[in-house]
Design a protein around this ligand. Structure first.
Ligand SMILES: [Zn+2]
Ligand SMILES: [Zn+2]
Length: 272
């Protein structure tokens, strides 16, 4: 089968690889249909997060099930599924707590498409076939009515955006309407998902960025956009703040704009 492989900064190549095979009854084989580009992929591609060459890329996406082991109950051949980028068993203590990103059945940070930092080579989604070791724990079938392109990031960056706002929805509801405000310092994709989800929850969203394309996208998603580096003191402080820029000075500015005892969530990756 073909597999897209990272070769060097900005360089990728298709390599011919043996097809993965089912070797246990709880496994499935899937054929990727849509693959989203993660912010991490962009950082590697541009050389900001150098990784050793020769690994399979792609870790966010949707797929079609092409084979299942005898014990798989939750997915059938032909189902279209979300495939979480983090490989997890669903049964260990960490998985039962819901922190599937720290599953103890495999290496810490076991994931697709990032072999050098994932502790294993599980393949990548830019391939003809991918092995899913724990199909019932991992695969999430989605309805035909859903446009797959709109949820291509559901295995990684959409929930990363959701966790910055979604868990605090009840808290927002309890506030006076005038206080239902969310501040987002955006970069790349996750800040846009945060802004979209906060706006969908009915909050007033102040979205800060300097990129014209993202500012336009955030505005379309329902945010009030600000083409500045950081929030202005005159905006006051917020019950929910989101920082995604990986710039420590901007994280400090975001913390200063957070209510006392409120929550600031940071999704940035600090390579250093
Ligand atoms: Zn990712
Ligand atoms: Zn587990």
């Amino acid at each position: 089968m073909r597999q897209l492989t990272y070769e060097a900064t900005g360089q990728y190549a298709w390599r011919e690889m043996p097809e993965p095979q089912l070797t246990a009854p709880e496994q499935a084989l899937v054929r990727p249909l849509m693959v989203a580009c993660c912010d991490l992929d962009v950082a590697v591609c541009h050389g900001r997060l150098p990784l050793p060459p020769g690994y399979a890329v792609g870790h966010e996406g949707l797929a079609e099930v092409v084979a299942v082991g005898d014990e798989v109950k939750g997915a059938r051949v032909g189902d279209r599924v979300v495939v979480p980028f983090q490989i997890n068993c669903g049964a260990c203590r960490e998985c039962r707590r819901g922190v599937t990103g720290s599953c103890s059945a495999g290496p810490l940070m076991a994931a697709y498409g990032m072999a050098p930092i994932a502790g294993l080579d599980g393949g990548g989604f830019m391939s003809d076939l991918v092995l899913v070791p724990y199909a019932d724990a991992m695969l999430i079938p989605f309805p035909d009515a859903v446009d797959p392109i709109s949820i291509a990031s559901l295995s990684d960056n959409i929930p990363d955006g959701w966790r910055t706002v979604g868990p605090f929805a009840d808290e927002l509801d309890r506030l006076d309407p005038v206080d239902r405000r969310v501040l987002v310092l955006g970069r790349l994709s996750i800040g846009l998902y945060s802004a979209a989800i906060a706006a969908a929850l009915g909050a007033h969203v102040d979205y800060v960025d300097t990129d014209p394309w993202r500012l336009a996208a955030a505005e379309k998603l329902g945010a009030v956009v600000h083409d500045v580096a950081k929030p202005d003191k005159s905006w006051g402080s917020y019950p929910i703040t989101v920082h995604t820029t990986s710039d420590a000075a901007l994280l400090a500015a975001t913390l200063r704009a957070t209510w006392p005892g409120a929550v600031c969530t940071d999704t940035g990756i600090y390579a250093e």
